[in-house]
Design a protein around this ligand. Structure first.
Ligand code: GLV
Ligand code: MN
Ligand code: MN
Length: 424
């Protein structure tokens, strides 16, 4: 039986129940959630999703890195599939919704289709990408980058976690080497489009009192690590003018990243943001001058030229600090990407889905990175946002209203129906 597709509705209770269940995996103090990529908790999250997909009767496929695809066939099983999803890994002490909402929302949409025996023209695949977050290795959108064929050997050289575990070593334990990085690439001919529902992680929707954001483009980062090497020495006996303090050099850089980024932070100037989010000091004791300081730098913009200008200025500043303070520097590139425009036809279709239900929406860029930015390289991609309370994310305080979660998921379902049935 084929129902009129406008009649397909999600099961709100089931959606909220499963979102809640996933958020219990890795729960910590103050309601924080930690599922760092390739940790036991993250693997348990993926296992739970496999269980839910199996219960829903989806055909499950797991690739070498661990990306999970749950497929519902279409009336033409040979037609390219509509992929819908996000990620289940989190930052350290993150929230309940970043990524998880997109995966469980996609699953709920497909469950509703299956349960209400609606067969769409194209197959639909719920996808959970591995390692979207860069918190552990400094390397973001790992799983979707592999699916898009966008992981390059050289990018992996400097990717390591705080304990020194190299991402490349984990990959090789999964049978992934520089020689077969493209083996997980999905043939673009097998994909019709990619859709992703996500929390906004910023303050715009709440401020504008709009329940939905339709995303036009995604800011992309340039990321690198900087190592300052001075001279560890006695903090009591070394005169101030004879020191080579790596931490003071690093502190100057932290302030410079903020200062330079602020100059380009307005929308007309490219809306650049720059962050030093992690630092390691050696020896890191009260009575020794720091001999080594290692920092992570993350610079993002929705405009490539503005981002590149800030990167050049920051790197020039690093060299100037090193010369003046007589410390050595190493700049270790991690990743350099360009901002990604999303598909204009999908932006239009998502706006129409909102209008059909009389829902107010905001057309907006995304400051955060998403798997959609990789998928956009192989297939038309579109994203929907729902509001984040006080704009907070990557924090236990991350919160989205259940009503907005249900509305976003219903609109995701409406858009899946149209994308799978129509020519786009
Ligand atoms: C992903 O959450 C990011 O760091 O933008
Ligand atoms: Mn995130
Ligand atoms: Mn996310």
């Amino acid at each position: 039986m084929v129902l009129p597709t406008t009649a397909v509705t999600i099961n709100k209770r089931r959606l909220l129940r499963d979102l809640n269940a996933v958020s219990r995996i890795g729960i910590g103090d103050h309601g924080s959630v930690t599922r760092l990529v390739f940790s036991i908790k993250e693997l348990r999250g993926r296992q739970f999703l496999i269980h839910l997909m199996r219960q829903a009767g989806l055909q499950i496929h797991i690739d070498r890195i661990g990306n999970i695809f749950g497929r519902l066939d279409g009336s033409n099983p040979k037609a390219p599939a509509v992929l819908v999803g996000s990620h289940l890994d989190t930052v350290l002490h993150g929230g309940k919704f970043d990524g998880t909402m997109g995966v469980i929302g996609a699953l709920e949409a497909v469950r509703a289709l299956k349960e209400q025996t609606v067969m769409l023209r194209s197959p639909v695949e719920v996808v959970c990408f591995v390692g979207e977050e860069s918190s552990r290795f400094g390397y973001s959108t790992l799983g979707s980058s592999l699916v898009a064929g966008e992981v390059h050997g050289a990018d992996l050289s400097n990717a390591a976690d705080a304990q020194g575990t190299r991402l490349e070593d984990i990959l090789s334990s999964l049978g992934i080497y520089r020689s077969n990085l493209r083996s997980m690439r999905r043939d673009p001919a097998s994909v019709k489009a990619y859709l992703e529902l996500h929390i906004e992680q910023g303050p715009i929707l709440e401020a504008k009192k709009k329940p939905i954001g339709v995303v036009t483009s995604i800011a992309a980062p340039t990321r690198f690590r900087v190592v300052f090497t001075g001279q560890a020495d006695h903090s009591g006996t070394t005169p101030m003018e004879m020191r080579k303090d790596a931490l003071v050099a690093a502190a100057e850089l932290v302030v410079a990243v903020e200062k330079i980024s602020r100059r380009y932070s307005r929308m007309e100037k490219g809306r650049v943001v720059g962050t030093v989010g992690a630092m390691k000091i050696e020896p890191g004791v009260i009575n020794a001058i720091p001999g080594k300081a290692e920092l992570s730098v993350d610079i993002r913009s929705i405009t490539a030229s503005a981002k590149n200008r800030v990167v050049r200025l920051v790197q020039a500043k690093i060299r100037e600090i090193a010369r003046r303070r007589h410390v050595r520097i190493e700049i270790l590139p991690i990743r350099e990407e360009n901002p990604v425009p999303l598909d204009k036809r999908l932006v239009h279709l998502l706006k129409e889905c909102c209008e059909a239900k009389g829902i107010a929406y905001e057309v907006m860029p995304s400051g955060a990175g998403h798997d959609a930015m990789q998928m956009a390289k192989i297939t038309p991609s579109g994203m929907l946002f729902i509001p984040s309370r006080r704009g907070i994310s990557h924090s236990p305080l991350e919160w989205s209203d259940p009503e907005d979660i249900c509305l976003g998921t219903q609109l995701l379902l409406d858009s899946i129906v149209r994308v799978a049935n129509e020519k786009i």
